[in-house]
Design a protein around this ligand. Structure first.
Ligand code: MLT
Ligand code: ZN
Length: 467
């Protein structure tokens, strides 16, 4: 035995190549220890910033040979602890993999390195006057590699789908150091097992995504947004279901309950009614937008909605959506110094009203304020609990309620997480959703990452040793 620790050896192996792009500084380790959620931070021992796929291969090979955990890191904007380095090791920060590699406006696709953010891509698509944009919008300016790894979605998925629907292919470095590209740019392929679908949403546990080929959408000629308060939350949900049933191609339909409206009013300086409210976005040609808004206006009136309050110009619209995207922070602002515990269930849209009813029932008597909001057109909603750091009793209370909401979603044919992923926070619920399917997931993980170096301790629950 040499007596040299695997970490020392890793640093000796990688330092000559990466130089300053390899850091053991406290500041860098702290910066990469957590996401924006309540999950306790855990620092990696070292942070590395590769710029190319070959450099990622170099890092993966070194980590595998020395059996050092490797945690891929995008922008750190997620909420389920997926980037927390619970087993220490190396954090692979993709932010310097920031080249846009190809844009094909006529085929409506683009290929980027994993560290390009969605806003960077959209700025370039606009600069080059491509007439296209990348639609998936989780709110945060996340990296596209991170969004692919977590199969992110957000407010406009009701119209444009999730990352799963918008990733044509990924390039990934697998734990054995091989580099695979899962598909070409063709819109359809049935050539063998669907490795794109396997890697998208695998949260860095099966491979390190280095490039992503994405679908683009045509830029609309007209956009309009409106806010509509409802007498009841059931009325709001029923109106949305009716809009979907009539095939009105709305771009966004976001529900905020009265508690969340209050939080948003305070945080973003609005003065909307403290009532269950739907934020709508209409998009298309001028005439399509007029037609859609008239049809939706008739529907909301049927279900107890008030008149639309329009966000007329672009600045107003941006302010409105920024306020919606800041919903999480508006909730945290309800309690100074709080951190967020978030639920993320998703059910068939027709079960949404029932699931919300059951969730609100669970909240009766809860000692923590608990606003509810979400992507009502997808059947996906969040209850966000702004909890006090270090308060174990509060954490236990909130976790119990959150798990009960997840059980209600499962009973209604839904899922424990529609978009935030499993990370650390939903692992204990995975078996409730998938049963023996979890064993199949373990087989896949074991086959692709036999040493368990890729983002260990995430997604799959720990195996409990038999007595
Ligand atoms: C959102 O819907 O704003 C995001 O999923 C983040 C969140 O709820 O915390
Ligand atoms: Zn969301």
């Amino acid at each position: 035995m040499s007596g040299v620790s695997p970490m020392t050896e890793l640093l000796e192996t990688l330092s000559p190549h990466f130089g300053e792009r390899l850091s053991v500084s406290d500041a860098d380790r702290d910066e990469h220890a957590a996401d924006v959620s309540h999950h306790d931070p855990a620092r990696p021992q070292v942070v590395c910033w590769p710029e190319t796929t070959d450099e990622v291969v170099r890092v993966v090979n070194a980590c595998r040979d020395l059996v050092v955990p490797l945690v891929p890191y995008g922008a750190g904007t997620a909420v389920e602890g997926g980037v927390v380095a619970t087993a220490g090791g190396l954090c692979l920060d993709t932010s310097r993999m920031n080249r846009i590699l190809a844009i094909h406006p006529r085929d409506m696709d683009a290929t980027v390195q994993a560290g390009v953010t969605r806003e960077q891509l959209n700025a370039r698509l606009e600069e080059q006057d491509t007439g296209t944009f990348f639609a998936v919008d989780p709110g945060a300016d996340a990296t596209l590699g991170g969004m692919a790894a977590t199969s992110a979605s957000g407010s406009n998925s009701v119209r444009f789908g999730t990352m799963r629907d918008n990733v044509l292919a990924v390039e990934a470095v697998m734990a054995d150091g091989s580099v695979i590209r899962t598909s070409g740019r063709a819109r359809k392929s049935v050539a063998g097992y669907d490795l794109t679908a396997l890697l998208v949403g695998s949260e860095g546990t099966l491979g390190v995504i280095t490039e992503v080929t994405l679908k683009l959408a045509p830029l609309p000629t007209a956009i309009a947004a409106a806010v509509c308060p409802f007498a009841t939350i059931d009325g709001a949900v029923d109106a949305v279901i009716e809009c979907l049933a009539r095939g009105i191609p709305l771009a966004r339909m976001e529900l905020l309950d009265e508690v969340q409206m209050d939080a948003v009013n305070r945080y973003s300086g609005f003065d909307h009614a403290r009532q269950p409210t739907v934020f709508f976005e209409f998009l298309g040609s001028e005439s399509a937008v007029v037609e859609q808004s008239e049809a939706v206006g008739r529907i909301v009136a049927e279900f107890g909605g008030s008149d639309f309050c329009w966000a007329t110009d672009e600045a107003e619209r941006e302010r409105l959506w920024q306020a919606r995207h800041d919903g999480y922070y508006a909730t945290l602002a309800l309690r100074e110094g709080s951190i967020g515990y978030v639920t993320d269930v998703c059910v068939p849209v027709t079960a949404m009203a029932e699931c919300i009813r059951r969730a609100r029932q669970e909240l009766v008597g809860c000692s923590v304020p608990a606003p509810l909001y979400g992507h009502v057109g997808d059947g996906n909603f969040h209850v966000v609990f702004p909890i006090r750091p270090g308060d174990a009793a509060e954490l236990a209370e909130v976790r119990r309620i959150s798990d009960a909401i997840a059980d209600h979603a499962l009973a209604l044919d839904g899922t424990i997480t529609g978009e935030h992923g499993v990370g650390l926070g939903k692992r204990h619920l995975l078996e409730r959703e998938h049963g023996p399917g979890v064993a199949v997931m373990r087989v896949i993980k074991q086959a692709l990452d036999p040493l368990g170096i890729l983002n260990p301790g995430k997604v799959l629950p720990d195996v409990v040793a038999a007595d």
